[in-house]
Design a protein around this ligand. Structure first.
Ligand SMILES: *[C@@H]1O[C@H](CO)[C@@H](O)[C@H](O)[C@H]1NC(C)=O
Ligand SMILES: *[C@@H]1O[C@H](CO)[C@@H](O)[C@H](O)[C@H]1NC(C)=O
Ligand SMILES: *[C@@H]1O[C@H](CO)[C@@H](O)[C@H](O)[C@H]1NC(C)=O
Ligand SMILES: *[C@@H]1O[C@H](CO)[C@@H](O)[C@H](O)[C@H]1NC(C)=O
Ligand SMILES: *[C@@H]1O[C@H](CO)[C@@H](O)[C@H](O)[C@H]1NC(C)=O
Ligand SMILES: *[C@@H]1O[C@H](CO)[C@@H](O)[C@H](O)[C@H]1NC(C)=O
Ligand SMILES: *[C@@H]1O[C@H](CO)[C@@H](O)[C@H](O)[C@H]1NC(C)=O
Ligand SMILES: *[C@@H]1O[C@H](CO)[C@@H](O)[C@H](O)[C@H]1NC(C)=O
Ligand SMILES: *[C@@H]1O[C@H](CO)[C@@H](O)[C@H](O)[C@H]1NC(C)=O
Ligand SMILES: *[C@@H]1O[C@H](CO)[C@@H](O)[C@H](O)[C@H]1NC(C)=O
Ligand SMILES: *[C@@H]1O[C@H](CO)[C@@H](O)[C@H](O)[C@H]1NC(C)=O
Ligand SMILES: CC(=O)N[C@H]1CO[C@H](CO)[C@@H](O)[C@@H]1O
Length: 610
């Protein structure tokens, strides 16, 4: 009972306190500030495209309601001054001129107009924004503002801690007196073009005097005149540095990788930026490293294995060489790793195959060699795997086909020899690309296990042993075991497949739309495989006899979808039957370099190539 009385007393006390300061019934908002806001409202309109809706509904701003309780407006509880405006993502459309009425809100501490469709030369000459001497956070990102940035901006807004002008049309030189913004914690001047420009002096000023910076985002700011030594003066507080597509050139100071608090570093698309990765003392908290498509040289240091917080690494498109150090054992947070299109050589680092969280792994287009590990139980989340265009040898291990999240396997342009192991587990793989390897022998039965396969490219290998027995079904011949599969595309061109395709083998194949058997040694064809083929390429084989008459026999169902049929460079004899006219979808037919006789049916006259 005693404690209840105490609660009542406290309630009463706080009621009387708040009613002396700001009685809930009375207006806190100052009338001239309310009018300034209402005037601002009349100068812009609201237009949400398609199905988006405004985060703040400026239409609800109503004179008969205290402006301090309007959506997106915050006042000082004591003085009633408007101190904050957040109208981000509010579908605002219109032009803001230098004289706009927001300038009357002298006490504004933050203004967020980001992600609208506002335009105007807002930061030139005598902008109203320059009156906000106490402004700490200004976010104009993602609008259509235009014009140069006046030196006045930095003279007047010296209290800024957060400035975001990204994704607008601002242009010209960034004023040197940016050094006045010594309280800045976060600066984002990134844009789409290269219209904003830092010169060496301006960036030097920034690097020396903005000692509190944690985020510095300058993507696609033209920095082609900026020397790289000022990077040595960047604040040790820096956590996020983003300099993609800035036209940087010269040797990037290794020390930047060692900034003690650095978590995110983007340097991508600066083709003339050279440098080396540090041998020691990486920033230990580094989470994202992306210097892709630059000119980094040297090797990947073993100290890379110390980046235990790393989540994403993209070193693709650099001139890195030497072996990839086998140091991935402790990088347990890694989800994305690309070393593609470098000049790396030596064996595949085995610890990479033990990463548990990785979703994208790309080692393609290097000179990596040696075999793949024959047993891997991790990589269960892998969605993309790039190993093509290396010198990987040995067999194709079956674990590659049973990674549960991998829809596409590309091992093209390597030195794999097969045979392909028996696949023990269910496989959800849909595409397998193995072109340009040295896989020999018969087409491996294991593909039969890939129930969801729609695309198989085995072209330019050494597949051969395939001895057709037309009279019996005892031998597994032409890959007839695909007949019941979902295969849509099969490329076996450029192999050494010999023999023929019997009527029996040609049945089924309902899903097949694209079949390429060109450049082989096929001698016979009793029937076209499948009923739904759109493209059939039999160019450069040893097909002989009156195959066209046999296969286009009116008794056999016609290929009603066939658009392209190439059977040039064979030994066909006989005439072209008029039943070919029933294949009404045909647009390209190539019968050249055969020994055909007789006349060409009239219906073929309109074909693009004959
Ligand atoms: C403003 O609020 C008053 C009182 O709630 C209401 O009558 C009036 O229609 C509102 N005006 C607008 C423009 O919404
Ligand atoms: C003003 O009041 C709001 C709501 O009661 C409170 O969240 C905020 O901290 C107060 N601001 C100041 C500066 O006292
Ligand atoms: C503000 O400036 C614009 C363009 O200079 C002009 O059209 C408009 O009339 C001015 N508005 C006021 C209230 O002065
Ligand atoms: C700002 O000043 C420059 C130079 O005097 C002038 O060319 C430009 O038109 C002015 N911009 C605005 C928006 O008044
Ligand atoms: C700047 O604003 C854009 C758009 O809202 C946002 O994506 C970006 O992260 C912001 N930059 C910084 C450094 O916060
Ligand atoms: C750095 O900023 C402070 C505060 O604005 C200023 O007084 C000082 O002159 C600046 N230093 C340099 C080297 O620009
Ligand atoms: C900038 O870096 C250079 C080279 O490391 C150093 O000599 C200089 O003292 C630094 N200047 C400031 C202001 O940190
Ligand atoms: C790293 O070590 C290698 C080999 O000792 C050396 O050639 C290279 O210059 C070093 N890299 C750096 C950035 O110190
Ligand atoms: C990894 O970090 C530890 C502790 O900082 C250090 O002793 C070791 O030399 C580093 N390893 C490499 C390869 O740099
Ligand atoms: C992979 O991880 C397992 C379990 O953590 C460990 O036993 C094995 O030695 C690791 N293999 C490699 C190559 O690092
Ligand atoms: C094959 O695809 C079907 C349909 O998308 C799916 O339900 C089935 O689980 C897949 N099979 C395997 C072994 O992943
Ligand atoms: C100097 C230089 O090579 N700059 C390149 C930086 O990257 C952009 C692509 O974003 C290239 O267009 C530039 O040529």
């Amino acid at each position: 009972m005693g404690s209840l009385c105490l609660v009542l007393v406290i309630l009463q006390l706080s009621w009387s306190l708040s009613s002396t300061v700001a009685p809930p019934s009375s207006h806190l908002c100052l009338p001239h500030q309310r009018d300034a806001l209402l005037h601002f409202k009349t100068t812009i309109s609201v237009d949400c495209f398609r199905d988006s809706y405004p985060k703040i509904d400026i239409e609800s701003w109503n004179k008969s309601i205290d402006c301090c309780s309007w959506e997106g407006v915050e006042c000082d509880n004591v003085t009633g001054h408007v101190i904050g405006i957040d109208l981000s993502h509010s579908c605002l459309v219109g032009s803001l001129f230098a004289n706009n009425s927001l300038s009357q809100l002298h006490n504004l501490q933050w203004l967020d107009l980001s992600s609208n469709n506002l335009e105007g030369f807002l930061l030139e000459n005598t902008s109203s924004l320059f009156h906000f001497h106490g402004l700490r956070r200004l976010n104009l990102a993602d609008n259509a503002f235009d014009g140069a940035i006046s030196t006045e901006l930095f003279i007047q807004l010296v209290s800024l801690t957060h400035l975001n002008l990204s994704s607008n049309g601002f242009y010209g030189l960034i004023p040197h007196n940016i050094n006045l913004l010594s309280s800045l914690v976060s600066l984002d001047l990134s844009s789409y073009g290269l219209d904003l420009r830092f010169d060496s002096q301006g960036f030097d000023m920034l690097a020396r005097n903005l000692t509190k910076l944690r985020n510095l985002v300058l993507d696609t700011v033209d920095m082609s005149d900026v020397a790289l030594t000022p990077f040595l003066n960047l604040s040790s507080s820096l956590e996020h540095l983003s300099l993609s597509g800035c036209k940087l050139h010269g040797e990037f100071p290794t020390q930047v990788f060692q900034l003690p608090n650095l978590k995110v570093l983007y340097l991508s698309e600066n083709e003339s930026l050279t440098g080396f990765l540090p041998n020691t003392s990486w920033s230990s908290g580094l989470e994202l490293l992306d210097p892709s498509n630059c000119g980094f040289r040297g090797s990947i240091p073993a100290s890379f294995g110390n980046l235990t917080q790393i989540i994403s690494v993209d070193l693709s498109g650099n001139s890195l060489e030497g072996q990839i150090p086998d140091v991935f054992g402790n990088l347990r947070k890694l989800t994305f790793l690309s070393f593609s299109s470098c000049s790396l050589s030596g064996p595949l680092p085995i610890t990479i195959f033990n990463l548990t969280k990785i979703t994208r792994l790309d080692l393609s287009s290097n000179h990596l060699e040696g075999p793949l590990p024959n047993h891997v139980s991790e990589l269960q989340l892998l969605e993309e795997l790039g190993l093509s265009n290396n010198s990987i040898s040995g067999v194709v291990p079956s674990w590659l086909f049973t990674l549960p999240s991998l829809p596409r396997l590309d091992l093209s342009y390597n030195k794999l020899v097969g045979p392909i192991d028996r696949i023990q587990k269910p496989s959800s793989i849909q595409e397998v690309h193995l072109r340009y390897n040295n896989i020999g022998g018969p087409i491996p039965d294991s593909f039969f296990d890939l129930v969801n396969l729609t695309w198989l490219d085995l072209s330019s290998n050494n597949l051969s042993a395939y001895n057709v027995n037309f009279s019996g079904c005892s031998v597994r011949q032409f890959p007839s075991f695909f007949r019941t599969s979902n295969l849509e595309s099969l490329d076996l061109s450029n192999n050494r497949i010999s023999g023929g395709i019997s009527k029996w083998e040609a049945e089924g194949w309902e899903g097949l739309q694209w079949l390429d058997l060109s450049h082989n040694f096929l001698t016979a064809l009793e029937q076209f495989p499948g009923n739904n083929l759109g493209k059939l390429n039999l160019h450069s084989n040893l097909l002989q006899g009156p195959i066209l008459s046999t296969c286009l026999n009116p008794q056999i169902p016609i290929l009603k979808e066939l658009e392209e049929f190439i059977i040039s460079e064979n030994k066909l004899t006989g005439n072209v039957p008029s039943s070919i006219c029933n294949v009404s979808s045909l647009a390209l037919l190539d019968l050249s370099e055969n020994s055909l006789s007789g006349t060409i049916p009239d219906c073929l006259e309109n074909l693009s190539y004959l």
